[in-house]
Design a protein around this ligand. Structure first.
Ligand code: ADP
Ligand code: ZN
Length: 433
Protein backbone atom coordinates (compact mmCIF):
# COMPACT_ATOMS: atom_id res chain seq x y z
CA UNK A 1 0.00 0.00 0.00
CA UNK A 2 1.26 3.43 -0.96
CA UNK A 3 -0.27 6.61 0.42
CA UNK A 4 0.90 9.11 -2.20
CA UNK A 5 1.90 7.23 -5.31
CA UNK A 6 2.61 10.34 -7.36
CA UNK A 7 5.27 11.55 -4.97
CA UNK A 8 6.59 8.25 -3.71
CA UNK A 9 7.03 6.59 -7.11
CA UNK A 10 8.06 9.57 -9.27
CA UNK A 11 10.89 9.14 -11.78
CA UNK A 12 14.24 10.45 -10.62
CA UNK A 13 14.28 13.06 -13.35
CA UNK A 14 10.84 14.44 -12.47
CA UNK A 15 11.68 14.39 -8.78
CA UNK A 16 14.82 16.45 -9.30
CA UNK A 17 12.87 18.96 -11.37
CA UNK A 18 10.24 19.26 -8.67
CA UNK A 19 12.88 19.57 -5.96
CA UNK A 20 14.55 22.34 -7.95
CA UNK A 21 11.33 24.34 -8.22
CA UNK A 22 10.51 23.85 -4.57
CA UNK A 23 14.01 24.75 -3.42
CA UNK A 24 13.94 27.91 -5.47
CA UNK A 25 10.63 28.94 -3.88
CA UNK A 26 11.90 28.15 -0.41
CA UNK A 27 15.11 30.12 -0.88
CA UNK A 28 13.05 33.05 -2.13
CA UNK A 29 10.79 32.90 0.89
CA UNK A 30 13.64 32.66 3.35
CA UNK A 31 15.66 35.42 1.71
CA UNK A 32 12.79 37.86 1.84
CA UNK A 33 11.37 36.91 5.24
CA UNK A 34 14.23 35.92 7.48
CA UNK A 35 16.90 38.48 8.11
CA UNK A 36 19.62 36.30 9.63
CA UNK A 37 19.34 33.96 6.66
CA UNK A 38 19.44 36.82 4.17
CA UNK A 39 22.61 38.17 5.80
CA UNK A 40 24.19 34.74 5.80
CA UNK A 41 23.44 34.29 2.11
CA UNK A 42 24.80 37.71 1.27
CA UNK A 43 28.01 36.97 3.17
CA UNK A 44 28.18 33.72 1.27
CA UNK A 45 27.75 35.57 -2.03
CA UNK A 46 24.60 33.78 -3.10
CA UNK A 47 21.21 35.23 -4.09
CA UNK A 48 17.88 33.53 -4.85
CA UNK A 49 18.50 33.94 -8.60
CA UNK A 50 21.55 31.70 -8.34
CA UNK A 51 19.32 28.74 -7.50
CA UNK A 52 18.03 27.39 -10.82
CA UNK A 53 17.98 23.67 -10.20
CA UNK A 54 18.46 21.30 -7.30
CA UNK A 55 22.14 20.96 -8.25
CA UNK A 56 22.64 24.57 -7.16
CA UNK A 57 21.92 23.62 -3.57
CA UNK A 58 25.65 23.27 -2.89
CA UNK A 59 25.98 27.04 -3.33
CA UNK A 60 23.95 27.62 -0.19
CA UNK A 61 25.46 27.96 3.30
CA UNK A 62 24.83 25.30 5.93
CA UNK A 63 22.59 25.74 8.97
CA UNK A 64 23.67 24.19 12.27
CA UNK A 65 22.08 23.38 15.61
CA UNK A 66 24.15 26.26 16.97
CA UNK A 67 22.36 28.67 14.61
CA UNK A 68 19.05 27.54 16.05
CA UNK A 69 20.34 28.14 19.56
CA UNK A 70 21.79 31.54 18.63
CA UNK A 71 18.47 32.67 17.15
CA UNK A 72 16.39 31.11 19.94
CA UNK A 73 13.46 31.08 20.05
CA UNK A 74 11.95 32.59 16.89
CA UNK A 75 14.83 34.22 15.00
CA UNK A 76 14.80 31.75 12.11
CA UNK A 77 11.09 31.89 11.37
CA UNK A 78 10.15 32.84 7.83
CA UNK A 79 6.50 33.42 8.75
CA UNK A 80 5.11 36.02 11.14
CA UNK A 81 4.33 34.62 14.57
CA UNK A 82 0.63 35.18 13.86
CA UNK A 83 0.83 32.38 11.26
CA UNK A 84 2.48 29.93 13.67
CA UNK A 85 -0.09 27.58 15.16
CA UNK A 86 2.15 25.21 17.11
CA UNK A 87 5.63 24.97 18.57
CA UNK A 88 7.72 21.95 19.46
CA UNK A 89 11.16 21.75 20.99
CA UNK A 90 13.93 19.21 21.06
CA UNK A 91 15.36 18.30 24.40
CA UNK A 92 18.85 19.62 23.76
CA UNK A 93 21.58 18.32 25.99
CA UNK A 94 22.31 21.49 27.92
CA UNK A 95 20.84 24.96 28.19
CA UNK A 96 18.14 26.21 25.92
CA UNK A 97 16.16 23.81 23.78
CA UNK A 98 15.78 24.19 20.03
CA UNK A 99 12.35 25.58 19.21
CA UNK A 100 10.51 24.90 15.96
CA UNK A 101 7.39 26.76 14.80
CA UNK A 102 4.76 25.27 12.48
CA UNK A 103 2.15 26.99 10.36
CA UNK A 104 -1.13 25.31 9.54
CA UNK A 105 0.34 24.39 6.17
CA UNK A 106 3.37 22.82 7.88
CA UNK A 107 1.13 20.69 10.08
CA UNK A 108 -0.60 19.53 6.89
CA UNK A 109 2.74 18.53 5.36
CA UNK A 110 3.70 16.72 8.54
CA UNK A 111 0.40 14.86 8.66
CA UNK A 112 0.76 13.86 5.02
CA UNK A 113 4.35 12.66 5.40
CA UNK A 114 3.36 10.79 8.55
CA UNK A 115 0.49 9.13 6.71
CA UNK A 116 2.96 7.81 4.12
CA UNK A 117 4.98 6.25 6.95
CA UNK A 118 2.14 4.45 8.70
CA UNK A 119 0.69 3.28 5.38
CA UNK A 120 4.08 1.85 4.44
CA UNK A 121 4.07 -0.06 7.74
CA UNK A 122 0.91 -1.79 6.53
CA UNK A 123 -1.49 0.09 8.81
CA UNK A 124 -4.78 1.61 7.69
CA UNK A 125 -8.30 2.73 8.48
CA UNK A 126 -9.25 -0.46 10.23
CA UNK A 127 -6.36 -0.42 12.68
CA UNK A 128 -6.04 0.71 16.28
CA UNK A 129 -2.63 2.25 16.95
CA UNK A 130 -1.23 2.93 20.39
CA UNK A 131 1.02 5.99 20.42
CA UNK A 132 3.45 5.59 23.30
CA UNK A 133 5.89 8.28 22.30
CA UNK A 134 5.83 11.12 24.79
CA UNK A 135 3.24 13.85 24.08
CA UNK A 136 4.21 17.46 24.59
CA UNK A 137 7.11 19.51 23.31
CA UNK A 138 8.72 16.35 21.95
CA UNK A 139 7.52 15.76 18.38
CA UNK A 140 7.15 11.97 18.79
CA UNK A 141 3.70 11.79 20.38
CA UNK A 142 1.79 14.44 18.48
CA UNK A 143 3.62 13.58 15.25
CA UNK A 144 2.64 9.91 15.28
CA UNK A 145 -0.81 10.92 16.51
CA UNK A 146 -1.47 13.17 13.50
CA UNK A 147 -0.17 10.52 11.13
CA UNK A 148 -2.49 7.80 12.42
CA UNK A 149 -5.50 10.11 12.36
CA UNK A 150 -4.65 11.01 8.79
CA UNK A 151 -4.75 7.43 7.56
CA UNK A 152 -8.09 7.07 9.32
CA UNK A 153 -6.80 4.69 11.98
CA UNK A 154 -7.90 4.82 15.61
CA UNK A 155 -5.34 6.46 17.88
CA UNK A 156 -4.85 5.56 21.51
CA UNK A 157 -2.98 8.68 22.70
CA UNK A 158 -1.17 6.90 25.55
CA UNK A 159 2.05 8.92 25.71
CA UNK A 160 4.87 7.18 27.58
CA UNK A 161 4.85 5.87 31.13
CA UNK A 162 2.16 4.12 33.17
CA UNK A 163 3.30 0.81 31.79
CA UNK A 164 0.64 -1.42 33.34
CA UNK A 165 -2.10 0.70 31.82
CA UNK A 166 -0.29 0.58 28.49
CA UNK A 167 -0.54 -3.21 28.51
CA UNK A 168 -4.15 -3.19 29.67
CA UNK A 169 -5.32 -0.82 26.94
CA UNK A 170 -3.19 -2.48 24.27
CA UNK A 171 -5.01 -5.68 25.16
CA UNK A 172 -8.53 -4.37 25.76
CA UNK A 173 -8.62 -2.00 22.78
CA UNK A 174 -6.97 -4.46 20.41
CA UNK A 175 -4.03 -2.29 19.35
CA UNK A 176 -2.54 -3.56 16.09
CA UNK A 177 0.19 -0.93 15.91
CA UNK A 178 2.54 0.36 18.57
CA UNK A 179 4.49 3.59 18.04
CA UNK A 180 7.29 4.33 20.53
CA UNK A 181 11.07 4.34 20.92
CA UNK A 182 12.70 0.93 20.43
CA UNK A 183 13.98 1.06 24.00
CA UNK A 184 10.49 1.66 25.37
CA UNK A 185 9.21 -1.16 23.16
CA UNK A 186 11.66 -3.48 24.94
CA UNK A 187 10.37 -2.28 28.26
CA UNK A 188 6.78 -2.91 27.14
CA UNK A 189 7.77 -6.37 25.86
CA UNK A 190 8.90 -7.30 29.38
CA UNK A 191 5.75 -5.81 30.86
CA UNK A 192 3.63 -7.79 28.43
CA UNK A 193 5.42 -10.94 29.46
CA UNK A 194 4.95 -10.14 33.15
CA UNK A 195 1.24 -9.53 32.68
CA UNK A 196 0.72 -13.26 32.08
CA UNK A 197 -1.96 -12.44 29.53
CA UNK A 198 -1.51 -14.94 26.69
CA UNK A 199 0.06 -13.38 23.59
CA UNK A 200 -2.82 -14.67 21.44
CA UNK A 201 -5.14 -12.28 23.25
CA UNK A 202 -3.23 -9.29 21.84
CA UNK A 203 -3.74 -8.05 18.28
CA UNK A 204 -0.33 -6.40 18.04
CA UNK A 205 1.34 -6.83 14.63
CA UNK A 206 3.32 -3.71 13.78
CA UNK A 207 5.89 -1.55 15.58
CA UNK A 208 6.67 2.01 14.40
CA UNK A 209 9.94 2.60 16.17
CA UNK A 210 12.31 5.54 16.08
CA UNK A 211 13.53 8.74 17.75
CA UNK A 212 16.80 7.02 18.69
CA UNK A 213 19.35 4.85 16.90
CA UNK A 214 18.64 1.11 16.88
CA UNK A 215 20.39 -1.74 15.17
CA UNK A 216 19.28 -4.57 12.93
CA UNK A 217 20.04 -6.92 15.83
CA UNK A 218 17.68 -4.91 18.03
CA UNK A 219 14.99 -5.22 15.36
CA UNK A 220 15.26 -9.03 15.48
CA UNK A 221 15.12 -8.95 19.26
CA UNK A 222 12.00 -6.76 19.26
CA UNK A 223 10.27 -8.75 16.54
CA UNK A 224 10.88 -11.99 18.42
CA UNK A 225 9.94 -10.65 21.84
CA UNK A 226 6.77 -8.91 20.71
CA UNK A 227 5.82 -11.21 17.84
CA UNK A 228 5.52 -8.28 15.41
CA UNK A 229 7.15 -6.68 12.39
CA UNK A 230 9.21 -3.69 13.52
CA UNK A 231 9.70 -0.73 11.18
CA UNK A 232 11.96 2.28 11.35
CA UNK A 233 10.39 5.73 11.65
CA UNK A 234 12.78 8.66 11.36
CA UNK A 235 12.50 12.35 12.03
CA UNK A 236 13.86 15.35 13.84
CA UNK A 237 12.26 18.42 15.33
CA UNK A 238 14.23 20.92 13.26
CA UNK A 239 12.98 19.41 10.01
CA UNK A 240 9.44 18.49 11.12
CA UNK A 241 9.37 15.50 13.52
CA UNK A 242 8.62 11.81 12.85
CA UNK A 243 7.63 11.50 9.20
CA UNK A 244 10.86 12.55 7.51
CA UNK A 245 11.47 8.90 6.64
CA UNK A 246 10.09 5.41 7.08
CA UNK A 247 10.76 1.81 6.18
CA UNK A 248 8.45 -0.18 3.93
CA UNK A 249 7.43 -3.84 3.94
CA UNK A 250 10.86 -4.72 2.47
CA UNK A 251 12.62 -3.50 5.65
CA UNK A 252 15.61 -2.65 3.55
CA UNK A 253 16.35 1.03 4.09
CA UNK A 254 14.39 4.05 5.28
CA UNK A 255 12.55 5.87 2.46
CA UNK A 256 12.80 9.64 2.77
CA UNK A 257 9.94 11.98 1.87
CA UNK A 258 12.32 13.77 -0.44
CA UNK A 259 9.69 15.90 -2.15
CA UNK A 260 9.47 17.75 1.18
CA UNK A 261 12.90 17.18 2.74
CA UNK A 262 15.85 17.15 0.38
CA UNK A 263 18.74 15.02 1.69
CA UNK A 264 22.49 15.29 1.11
CA UNK A 265 25.40 13.43 2.69
CA UNK A 266 28.52 15.43 3.49
CA UNK A 267 31.80 14.73 5.20
CA UNK A 268 31.22 15.59 8.89
CA UNK A 269 34.42 17.60 9.16
CA UNK A 270 34.90 19.22 5.76
CA UNK A 271 31.25 19.61 4.78
CA UNK A 272 32.10 18.43 1.27
CA UNK A 273 29.71 16.01 -0.48
CA UNK A 274 30.85 12.39 -0.16
CA UNK A 275 30.94 9.89 -3.05
CA UNK A 276 27.56 8.28 -3.81
CA UNK A 277 26.73 5.55 -1.31
CA UNK A 278 29.40 6.60 1.17
CA UNK A 279 28.62 7.19 4.84
CA UNK A 280 28.69 10.74 6.16
CA UNK A 281 26.57 13.37 7.86
CA UNK A 282 22.98 13.68 6.75
CA UNK A 283 21.94 17.20 5.74
CA UNK A 284 18.36 18.28 5.04
CA UNK A 285 16.79 21.24 3.30
CA UNK A 286 13.06 21.61 3.78
CA UNK A 287 11.55 22.57 0.42
CA UNK A 288 7.85 22.96 1.22
CA UNK A 289 7.69 24.36 4.74
CA UNK A 290 6.59 27.90 5.57
CA UNK A 291 7.10 28.44 9.30
CA UNK A 292 10.72 27.56 9.86
CA UNK A 293 12.16 26.31 6.57
CA UNK A 294 15.82 25.36 6.94
CA UNK A 295 18.50 25.22 4.28
CA UNK A 296 21.19 22.53 4.41
CA UNK A 297 20.62 21.71 8.05
CA UNK A 298 23.44 19.60 9.53
CA UNK A 299 21.65 16.83 11.42
CA UNK A 300 24.84 15.30 12.95
CA UNK A 301 23.31 11.89 12.07
CA UNK A 302 25.59 9.51 10.21
CA UNK A 303 24.25 7.36 7.38
CA UNK A 304 24.38 6.79 3.60
CA UNK A 305 21.86 7.09 0.74
CA UNK A 306 20.71 4.55 -1.83
CA UNK A 307 18.91 5.82 -4.96
CA UNK A 308 17.99 2.41 -6.39
CA UNK A 309 14.30 1.75 -6.85
CA UNK A 310 12.94 -0.36 -3.99
CA UNK A 311 11.19 -3.69 -4.48
CA UNK A 312 8.09 -2.11 -2.87
CA UNK A 313 7.67 0.09 -5.96
CA UNK A 314 8.75 3.34 -4.35
CA UNK A 315 11.47 5.31 -6.06
CA UNK A 316 12.09 7.61 -3.11
CA UNK A 317 15.67 7.53 -1.87
CA UNK A 318 16.44 5.19 1.02
CA UNK A 319 18.88 5.90 3.81
CA UNK A 320 20.75 3.25 5.72
CA UNK A 321 20.36 2.79 9.44
CA UNK A 322 21.60 5.75 11.43
CA UNK A 323 24.94 4.65 12.81
CA UNK A 324 24.61 7.29 15.52
CA UNK A 325 25.09 11.01 15.81
CA UNK A 326 28.58 12.39 15.29
CA UNK A 327 28.26 13.51 18.92
CA UNK A 328 27.54 9.94 20.08
CA UNK A 329 30.86 8.72 18.79
CA UNK A 330 33.13 7.89 21.67
CA UNK A 331 36.84 8.25 21.20
CA UNK A 332 38.39 5.79 23.60
CA UNK A 333 42.16 5.47 23.63
CA UNK A 334 42.11 7.05 20.21
CA UNK A 335 39.67 4.50 18.77
CA UNK A 336 36.24 5.53 17.47
CA UNK A 337 33.40 3.55 19.01
CA UNK A 338 29.64 3.89 18.49
CA UNK A 339 27.19 2.57 21.08
CA UNK A 340 25.41 0.85 18.16
CA UNK A 341 28.44 -1.41 17.70
CA UNK A 342 28.17 -2.54 21.30
CA UNK A 343 24.43 -3.04 20.86
CA UNK A 344 24.92 -5.27 17.83
CA UNK A 345 27.27 -7.59 19.75
CA UNK A 346 25.03 -7.79 22.79
CA UNK A 347 21.86 -8.51 20.83
CA UNK A 348 23.48 -11.34 18.93
CA UNK A 349 24.41 -13.32 22.11
CA UNK A 350 21.51 -15.49 23.30
CA UNK A 351 22.68 -15.41 26.92
CA UNK A 352 22.22 -11.64 27.17
CA UNK A 353 19.30 -9.29 27.54
CA UNK A 354 19.38 -6.41 25.03
CA UNK A 355 20.05 -3.92 27.82
CA UNK A 356 23.46 -2.34 28.23
CA UNK A 357 25.18 0.71 29.64
CA UNK A 358 28.58 2.11 28.75
CA UNK A 359 30.78 3.99 31.21
CA UNK A 360 33.87 5.79 29.98
CA UNK A 361 36.31 7.52 32.29
CA UNK A 362 39.91 8.62 32.45
CA UNK A 363 42.03 7.21 35.25
CA UNK A 364 45.74 8.06 35.48
CA UNK A 365 45.58 9.61 32.02
CA UNK A 366 44.25 6.41 30.51
CA UNK A 367 40.74 5.97 29.15
CA UNK A 368 38.66 3.27 30.76
CA UNK A 369 35.84 1.54 28.89
CA UNK A 370 33.25 -0.38 30.85
CA UNK A 371 30.25 -2.20 29.39
CA UNK A 372 27.52 -3.32 31.77
CA UNK A 373 25.22 -5.94 30.38
CA UNK A 374 22.37 -8.00 31.74
CA UNK A 375 22.50 -11.76 31.71
CA UNK A 376 19.22 -13.58 31.02
CA UNK A 377 17.50 -15.20 33.98
CA UNK A 378 18.12 -18.71 32.63
CA UNK A 379 21.83 -18.11 32.24
CA UNK A 380 22.38 -16.24 35.46
CA UNK A 381 23.81 -18.98 37.65
CA UNK A 382 25.86 -19.16 40.79
CA UNK A 383 28.52 -21.05 38.94
CA UNK A 384 31.31 -18.58 38.68
CA UNK A 385 33.18 -20.45 35.99
CA UNK A 386 30.19 -20.29 33.63
CA UNK A 387 29.84 -16.55 34.07
CA UNK A 388 33.56 -16.04 33.65
CA UNK A 389 33.47 -17.96 30.41
CA UNK A 390 30.53 -15.90 29.16
CA UNK A 391 32.30 -12.69 30.11
CA UNK A 392 35.38 -13.76 28.21
CA UNK A 393 33.35 -14.44 25.08
CA UNK A 394 31.68 -11.03 25.26
CA UNK A 395 35.02 -9.26 25.65
CA UNK A 396 36.36 -11.22 22.72
CA UNK A 397 33.40 -10.29 20.45
CA UNK A 398 33.51 -6.64 21.47
CA UNK A 399 37.21 -6.59 20.84
CA UNK A 400 36.85 -7.92 17.33
CA UNK A 401 34.10 -5.40 16.55
CA UNK A 402 35.47 -2.27 18.23
CA UNK A 403 39.19 -3.01 18.45
CA UNK A 404 39.10 -2.31 22.18
CA UNK A 405 38.88 -4.69 25.05
CA UNK A 406 36.31 -3.33 27.49
CA UNK A 407 35.85 -4.19 31.11
CA UNK A 408 32.61 -6.18 30.87
CA UNK A 409 30.40 -6.25 33.95
CA UNK A 410 27.69 -8.89 33.97
CA UNK A 411 24.73 -7.67 35.96
CA UNK A 412 21.48 -9.21 37.08
CA UNK A 413 18.46 -9.20 34.81
CA UNK A 414 16.46 -5.96 35.07
CA UNK A 415 19.12 -4.07 36.97
CA UNK A 416 19.99 -1.57 34.23
CA UNK A 417 17.70 1.43 34.27
CA UNK A 418 14.86 1.17 31.70
CA UNK A 419 13.86 4.02 29.45
CA UNK A 420 10.37 5.26 28.66
CA UNK A 421 11.59 7.61 25.94
CA UNK A 422 15.00 7.98 24.42
CA UNK A 423 17.43 5.62 26.12
CA UNK A 424 20.55 6.96 27.78
CA UNK A 425 23.21 4.36 27.15
CA UNK A 426 26.46 6.16 27.87
CA UNK A 427 28.03 7.94 30.81
CA UNK A 428 31.18 9.61 29.61
CA UNK A 429 32.71 10.87 32.84
CA UNK A 430 35.62 12.45 30.97
CA UNK A 431 33.31 15.26 29.89
CA UNK A 432 33.17 16.59 33.43
CA UNK A 433 36.87 16.40 34.19
P1 ADP B 1 16.87 15.59 20.31
O1 ADP B 1 16.99 14.11 20.43
O2 ADP B 1 18.05 16.22 19.65
O3 ADP B 1 16.47 16.26 21.56
P2 ADP B 1 14.69 15.15 18.42
O4 ADP B 1 13.62 14.60 19.28
O5 ADP B 1 14.30 16.07 17.35
O6 ADP B 1 15.73 15.91 19.28
O7 ADP B 1 15.48 13.92 17.85
C1 ADP B 1 15.93 13.79 16.55
C2 ADP B 1 17.09 12.86 16.53
O8 ADP B 1 16.74 11.57 17.02
C3 ADP B 1 17.63 12.60 15.14
O9 ADP B 1 18.47 13.62 14.71
C4 ADP B 1 18.35 11.28 15.34
O10 ADP B 1 19.60 11.48 15.95
C5 ADP B 1 17.46 10.55 16.32
N1 ADP B 1 16.51 9.69 15.59
C6 ADP B 1 15.23 9.94 15.29
N2 ADP B 1 14.67 8.91 14.63
C7 ADP B 1 15.64 7.98 14.50
C8 ADP B 1 15.69 6.70 13.90
N3 ADP B 1 14.64 6.14 13.32
N4 ADP B 1 16.88 6.05 13.92
C9 ADP B 1 17.95 6.61 14.50
N5 ADP B 1 17.96 7.79 15.10
C10 ADP B 1 16.82 8.48 15.10
ZN1 ZN C 1 10.49 0.22 -0.20
Amino acid sequence: MIWNETMECMSREDMRKLQGIRLRNTVDRIYHNCEPYRKRMQEHGVAPDDIRSIDDIVKLPFTSKKDLRDYYPFGLLSSPLSEIVRVHASSGTTGKPIVAGYTRNDLGIWGEAGARCFTAFGLGKQDVVQVSYGYGLFTGGLGAHGAVENIGGTVIPMSSGNTEKQIMLMHDLGAVGLACTPSYALYLADALHDSHIPREEFQLKVGAFGAEPWTEAMRKELEAKLGIKAYDLYGLTEIIGPGVGHECQCQNGTHLCEDHFYPEIVHPETGQPVAPGETGELVFSTITKDGMPLLRFRTRDLTYLNYEKCACGRTSVRMGRILGRCDDMLIIRGVNVFPSQVEAVICEMPELEPHYFIVVDRVNNLDTFEVQVEVKEDFYSDEVSKLLDLRKRIVHRLQSVTGLSPDVKLVEPRSIERSQGKAKRVNDKRKFQ
